[in-house]
Design a protein around this ligand. Structure first.
Ligand SMILES: Cc1cc2nc3c(=O)[nH]c(=O)nc-3n(C[C@H](O)[C@H](O)[C@H](O)COP(=O)(O)OP(=O)(O)OC[C@H]3O[C@@H](n4cnc5c(N)ncnc54)[C@H](O)[C@@H]3O)c2cc1C
Length: 230
């Protein structure tokens, strides 16, 4: 849907096509793709994932995998050394396993917990949540938590609304009667309620069947469950 949206605005999309070569030919910059296509470019922007800049910690004894390993209190394996934010592989909200979830709300939450504990407190993180909010030439898409869902054997179920004609898409994923993940396209109103439902892990009870029948009612479900409980 996003592809059709940007193509409609004159943007060519090449999928499954890595850049194998960049070369200056005269005044032209040429990008060669793994598909063999050659593109003349004015500007090349590389945006390929997130990698913590932690080379300076080599030899420090700090436990590092893809990022600095921390526990729920943001403690590293070294005494009195804490870490927070993009440099960390903090414990994930859903899996409890170390993950790089390098976004601003997680960095803020982790920094608050690290600061509290460094000052003698005893704060624990609920775990970092995967959140993406993207504006693609005016088309807003979001994903929260375990947007890909979990298998039936883990109590997984889901519902998908596809309305390509109006540029709208919504997917809700549940474990038993708890919302664990969501994806949306073309939705701007109340999408924060999706995060709220996931993060509070509010049991949806009868609201789940209503959402399976009509996923657009997530705001009413939030008001009727998570916010009510709060
Ligand atoms: C292009 C882009 C778009 C993004 N969009 C979003 C978004 O829409 N929503 C969202 O939630 N997040 C977004 N993020 C991620 C967000 O910016 C980060 O999660 C957040 O800034 C992390 O905060 P931080 O303090 O951990 O790291 P940073 O903000 O990276 O701060 C780290 C600081 O440490 C400094 N530093 C590095 N090495 C050293 C050293 N050896 N000694 C001293 N200082 C050092 C750096 O210069 C930097 O100032 C985006 C990031 C990028 C790059």
């Amino acid at each position: 849907m996003i592809r059709h949206w940007v193509e409609g605005k004159g943007v060519a999309v090449h999928l499954n096509a890595g850049v194998t070569r960049l070369a200056q030919r005269g005044a032209e910059l040429h990008a060669t793709l793994s598909t063999g296509t050659d593109i003349v470019a004015d500007l090349v922007i590389c945006a390929a994932g997130v990698k913590p800049c932690i080379g300076f910690l080599e030899g420090s004894g700090m436990k590092i995998e893809r990022g600095i390993r921390v526990d729920a209190r943001m403690r590293t394996n070294l005494p009195d050394v804490y870490a927070a934010g993009d440099v960390t592989e903090a414990l994930d909200f859903h899996t409890g396993r170390p993950e790089l979830n390098a976004i601003q709300p997680n960095a803020v939450d982790q920094a608050r917990i690290a600061a509290h504990n460094m000052a003698g407190g005893n704060a624990e993180s609920q775990g970092s949540l995967a959140i993406n909010v993207l504006d693609t030439l005016g088309l807003i898409s979001t994903s929260f938590g375990q947007w890909q869902g979990v298998g039936k054997e883990q109590g997984g179920s889901g519902v998908e609304l596809v309305d390509e004609a109006n540029g709208r898409y919504l997917s809700l994923q549940f474990r038993d009667d708890v919302l664990i993940g969501a994806t949306s396209i073309g939705w701007t109103d109340h999408v924060g309620a999706l995060r709220g439902l996931i993060q509070t892990q509010a049991p949806l009870g009868g609201w789940k069947d209503r959402l399976l029948a009509d996923p657009t009612g997530f705001m009413a479900a939030y008001l009727g469950t998570a916010q009510k409980a709060a």
